[in-house]
Design a protein around this ligand. Sequence first.
Ligand code: FCB
Length: 448
Amino acid sequence: MSNKKLVFPKDFIWGAATASYQIEGAWNADGKGESIWDRFSHTPGKVDNGDTGDIACDHYHRWREDVALMKELGLKAYRFSVAWPRLLPEGRGKLNQAGIDFYDHLVDALLEAKIEPYLTLYHWDLPQSLQDEGGWPARIMADAFVEYADVVSRTLGDRVKNWITLNEPWVSAFVGYRYGRHAPGHTDVSEAIAASHHLLLAHGQAVPVIRNNCPDAKVGIVLNLTPQVPASPSVADKKEATWMDGYINRWFLDPLVGRGYPQDMVSGFGNAMEFVKPGDLEIISTPVDFLGVNYYMRNIARTGNVSETDNAPRTVFRGDEITEMDWEVYPEGIYNVLDRLHLDYSFPAIYITENGAAYKDDISSDGRVDDPARLSYIKRHLEMVKKAILVGVPVKGYFVWSLLDNFEWGFGYSKRFGIVYVDNQTQQRSPKSSAKWYTQVVRENALD
Ligand code: FCB
């Protein structure tokens, strides 16, 4: 066996990611306002097993321990999100000092531990009061988000240098407003399309505000990108793949780089898009410093309408390696996404802001959690990241999802994505073998 190492660039950023609602708990502590996820998870039938984020990983009270844990694991960076209703309980206007203090202390502790903060402003926990005014389908959201971005960047901009406006606007818009599987649980495609525009507008308006408050900030946005592979060479399946690529990937990428909304999608949606006002597309395409990519799997695009004349046998089946989410393990896909971004979009820098896998984990009586499948998932994806770097894609860092087992949205606590095991009863944290392995990767800046 060769002992060749895959060495990463000298200044490569190694981190782990979390999100406020998924880990903080303390849902109504110290003046925090209600979020759409509080409302949603408190509504019977919305989340598996009736789970809520009321306590989650109790990170709001255990952040010191969690920062110490990250330090022990040797992480160089930590991607976390701020809970908007903790700072502005009603979404705008009145500030909640206790919320500001929480993030203030967290950032200080991270810097003290030499862990670079990567701050996400919006990872889905919208203040309920803004939803009551219409939420993302309403244009008022853009200005409300700017007010919030201004508060956070004025408070933390002296210390936080890496800023992410939004996490996965596709999920906020379509899973929240079209499919109803996420908060606020609506099922109206027109709302979803308007929401996606106002999310992008909010992003574009916030970028200069953050830069103004923090002149050396690097500002970006995080998208969930999924390669779309036709299930067969049939015309119908290829068309489906193009549609899905437009829906998941191009719908956000194209306007961000100044190409406007993809025409095939606009006509496919059959939406007049009257909410797009003069000047909006320029604001949305304000150049970013980096793009964050969340990658988990590919999608096989398949239509039921393959005709006889297509004469195409089903050639691409989902591989049989799947995670606990029922997501296919397909490491090549992360390379495909990165390569495509480089060729078609040329962002100045790219981070993998999320990548990881849920598996059933068992903890032994002496606190050991062996998770070879997760370790292998991360390793194989990192090999593909390295391959992308070798062909010139400017990938600057990698954040594993997730630091901790946490509240996995509609699945509650039934899915464990952490490299650290969390006992939901005792809140005891136990690094899994993947975490120990990752520590070594970070230390050596290389894969074996
Ligand atoms: C992403 C989310 C993240 C987590 C992972 C599994 O879509 O951004 O919060 O739930 O999926």
